[in-house]
Ligand binder design. Structure first.
Ligand code: AHR
Length: 356
């Protein structure tokens, strides 16, 4: 194994450890009887958008582990099952219960003004986590923490450009399909925009954009349909790893071969997250050519923001997380976006990775 492959393997192994960190610790919603506010603890109502992906489950666990009674918190967790109406109901319940803080991971960006106005009226600070809301009134929330999704997409586009140029592939010969995430979500909007802009700038053939709803099943279904519609797909840009796993299954079931050798007829799959164990395995095998990290470990970050508010401090409105790129392919060791270098498989210590 050469140094590059060793580095990639070590890094991907570290990711597997982090991905596996919580999978068995996932706690379901409390029953209505258990969902009472505490007199002694800080009450945090958490409206999570759903459980559509491994990323999401890891994110929920991170929140549940950050807000424990031992640390002084009573977390009331509500799973929105991908429906904004459920999230709005959860928020109104939190207001009635008189929680101290509301943490919202919104499924899509629009449609929050009324309910967040009610929260403001009740004097409860809101922390947005992961995705954003498009409200023009920025006083509706105290702070947001999450990923720069468009930057993730731009980094991926830069990787595709570097890789295909290293292989002397004509840009017009890149026939790309985008399996998008949940339409209207911040992650989808940013990643889709980044690819569409890169395709226009580089002369790539972006043939279709279809939502795979961030799930494995939908990714499989959408990919199978795309393979029937087009016979020349050679790049599949999946907006998360779960979709990529489904898409790879569909490609292999139709007799296709996934991999980066697109000049030899392979279909190159790239994706986002780096949380799911199977996708990390696929990245090591080269079935997923590149993964742009999307870090889900927001629990301690949200806790730090609430601690600032408790001390009467004003946290920054927008808090971005640093994220890396992973690939087992040695042709690209660095990409540059907005003049900044991003090294592929940049080594991180286990401690740093868990802390992130
Ligand atoms: O908003 C973050 C995205 O949501 C993750 O990339 C995806 O896996 C999740 O469902």
């Amino acid at each position: 194994m050469n140094n590059y492959a060793k580095k990639a393997t070590i890094l991907l192994l570290l990711l597997v450890l982090v991905a596996g960190c919580g999978s068995s610790r996932f706690k379901e919603e409390k029953t209505e009887d258990e969902e009472v506010v505490s007199e002694d603890l800080i009450n945090v109502g958490f409206s999570q958008l759903g459980a559509e992906s491994d990323w999401r489950n890891t994110n929920t666990i991170s929140m549940q582990e950050a807000f424990t009674a031992e640390k002084g918190y009573n977390l009331i967790y509500k799973n929105g099952q991908q429906k904004q109406t459920n999230q709005i109901t959860a928020i109104r319940t939190f207001i009635q219960q008189g929680v101290d803080y509301i943490v919202l991971a919104p499924v899509t960006e629009s449609g929050w003004d009324t309910v967040l106005g009610e929260v403001k009226e009740a004097g409860i600070p809101v922390i947005l986590v992961d995705r954003r809301v498009d409200s023009s009134d920025k006083t509706l929330f105290a702070s947001w923490v999450g990923s720069d999704f468009e930057l993730e997409g731009r980094k991926m586009a830069a990787w595709i450009k570097e890789y295909t140029e290293s292989k002397n592939i004509d840009p017009a010969d890149l026939h790309i399909v985008n399996i998008q995430g949940t339409l209207g979500s911040t992650a989808q909007i940013g990643r889709t925009r980044a690819l569409a802009n890169a395709a226009r700038e580089n002369g790539w053939d972006l043939m279709a954009e279809v939502s795979g709803e961030f799930t494995e099943n939908k990714g499989r279904e959408v990919m199978a349909a795309l393979l029937k519609r087009f016979n020349n797909i050679n790049v599949v840009y999946c907006e998360n790893d779960n979709e990529a796993i489904g898409a790879i299954d569909a490609i292999e079931s139709s007799g296709g071969k996934v991999g980066s050798n697109i000049q030899k007829g392979e279909i190159m799959v790239v994706s986002f997250d780096g949380v799911n164990e199977k996708s990390i395995e696929y990245a090591k095998e080269g079935k997923i050519s590149c993964i742009a990290e999307c870090n889900p470990l927001h629990g301690p970050r949200v806790k730090a923001l609430i601690e600032m508010l408790e001390r009467g401090e004003t946290p920054d409105k927008y808090n971005y997380v640093d994220e890396k790129m992973y690939s087992s392919i040695s042709e690209v060791d660095k990409i540059i976006v907005d003049g900044k270098d991003y090294y592929i498989n940049e080594p991180v210590s286990m401690e740093e990775l868990v802390k992130k």
